[in-house]
Design a protein around this ligand. Structure first.
Ligand code: GCO
Length: 452
């Protein structure tokens, strides 16, 4: 097994961007150099994190970033997607923290000096705790605090950033954090989920306007995750259940951003839980974006159930990752084509795709052929979507490093690089070597073409 693409694959075109992705809270540690955040506090709740861990050290990337960046460079990627920790760069009075700002500026300068495009996510779930204590995303005011944060940090970064995403997966912040309560801050209730979701989207719209002013040359947009929904059978009821799940769980966030309206079901189901839309909000939220980032991992199957809008089918029929998620590359093609047919899309980037696998380090090696195959088949799925007319400009493997997998702690490993959390030693896994080989080959064939 290796990761191979046929010689004429559009993914081998030099304009197609390959990268790796990470997020601040999941890798940085170095918490004594920043303000506390919602996840620091959530991790202390008994039972919140599978292995009772937290982000205090994580991959110690705060201290080891130069080593990690050398690794990124050795992969031969075109781009690196990372997030900025808001509590690292701003204090509780809304003033920039110079130490944190310098930390990121040094990284941006390193990336630019090494011809690696910085794809910056401005919010990947770590909210300053003092803002959480003021209601977090349930409070409309948080959207305006976010706007101030974006204004200050993007001015400080100047023209160092190739691409900005306002948010990563507002679905997870809103639904997992404020509706199911399995992510920070651990609040429940549909009304809360929809309220948080709306304020996150509002903040996205406000953030876009700031980015246009402060980063006129950057590629700006948002990253949304999507889990395509399939009916358990051909029955009209199951088909309706799958459609309903899609409206409520996926189009909930896609439709306002891409079409300036909420799906009917989100406005009406259940009664009283409609997002708190104020005049002008949807126009802001649907402001044009330069790119849309898509995070894809798996599908979900739904059936109808008495008294419920939809019910996820618990039995899985396909091979599973270590998260218990079905491996279903066809779902990526399907969902990209579906979005393309449904909306007028900006160019897409696959900003996350990858798999947790039960890796073992043996004789200094991790032979994760399963992950290599996952990446290979999903790259093929991207290519299939491109052949059906979808404009896709890049692919980022999630993740560079094994890291803090939120409520799963350090038990689930998504990296193409293995991290020994005792010693902090990094080992490029087999999948990482395959990714590297693919990128090296691509560069070589480019050079040959240039010579020819
Ligand atoms: C995401 C998450 C990542 C997760 C990954 C695997 O954007 O979905 O940001 O942080 O680690 O998705 O669950």
């Amino acid at each position: 097994m290796s990761i191979r693409l046929h010689a004429h694959s559009p993914l081998l075109n030099e304009a197609f961007c390959f990268g790796v992705a990470t997020a601040s809270f999941q890798i940085e540690g170095g918490i004594e150099h920043r303000e506390p955040c919602n996840w620091d506090v959530f991790c202390q709740q008994p039972g919140a994190i599978a292995d009772q861990s937290d982000g205090a050290v994580a991959c110690d990337h705060f201290h080891r970033w130069k080593e990690d960046f050398a690794l990124i460079k050795s992969l031969g990627v075109d781009a690196y997607r990372m997030s900025i920790s808001w509590p690292r760069v701003m204090d509780a009075n809304g003033q920039l923290k110079q130490e944190g700002v310098n930390y990121y500026i040094e990284q941006l300068d390193w990336l630019n000096a090494n011809n690696i495009k910085p794809f910056i996510t401005l919010y990947h779930w770590d909210l300053p705790q003092h803002i959480e204590e003021n209601g977090g995303w349930l409070n409309r005011e948080t959207a305006y605090l976010y706007e101030q944060y974006v204004d200050a940090i993007t001015q400080a970064f100047g023209d160092r950033v190739y691409s900005y995403a306002t948010f990563n997966e507002p679905f997870c912040s809103a639904y997992l954090g404020y509706e199911l309560g399995i992510h920070a801050p651990g609040i429940t209730g549909t009304k809360n989920g929809r309220t948080a979701g709306h304020h996150l989207l509002l903040a996205h719209g406000l953030g876009m306007a700031v980015l246009r002013k402060n980063a006129p040359n950057a590629l700006c947009g948002i990253v949304l995750n999507i889990t395509p929904t399939y009916p358990a059978s051909d029955s009209a009821e199951d088909i309706a259940a799958a459609k309903m799940a899609d409206q409520i769980l996926n189009q909930w966030l896609f439709q306002p951003v891409l079409a300036g309206s909420y799906p009917e079901a989100v406005l009406t189901e259940p009664e009283g839980a409609a997002p708190p839309v104020e005049e002008g909000d949807l126009a802001l939220i649907s402001t044009p974006i330069d790119f849309l980032g898509i995070n894809y991992y798996t599908r979900e199957v739904y059936q109808s159930a008495e008294g419920e809008l939809y019910q996820a089918v618990p039995e899985k029929t396909l091979p599973l990752t270590d998260m218990g998620w079905e491996v279903f590359p066809q779902g990526l093609t399907d969902v990209l084509v579906d979005l393309h047919q449904r909306y007028t899309l900006p160019p897409l980037y696959i900003t996350e795709n990858g798999a947790a696998m039960p890796d073992t380090l043996q004789n200094g090696e991790v032979m994760d052929t399963d992950r290599a195959e996952y990446i290979q088949t999903h790259l093929q799925a991207v290519e299939n979507a491109m052949q059906q007319g979808v404009d896709i400009r890049g692919y980022f493997a999630w993740s560079l490093l094994d890291n803090f997998e939120w409520a799963e702690g350090y038990v689930k490993r998504f990296g193409i690089v293995y991290v020994d959390y005792q010693t902090q030693q990094r080992t490029l896994k087999y999948s990482g070597r395959c990714y590297q080989a693919l990128l090296t080959e691509r560069r070589q064939s480019e050079r040959q073409e240039q010579r020819a």
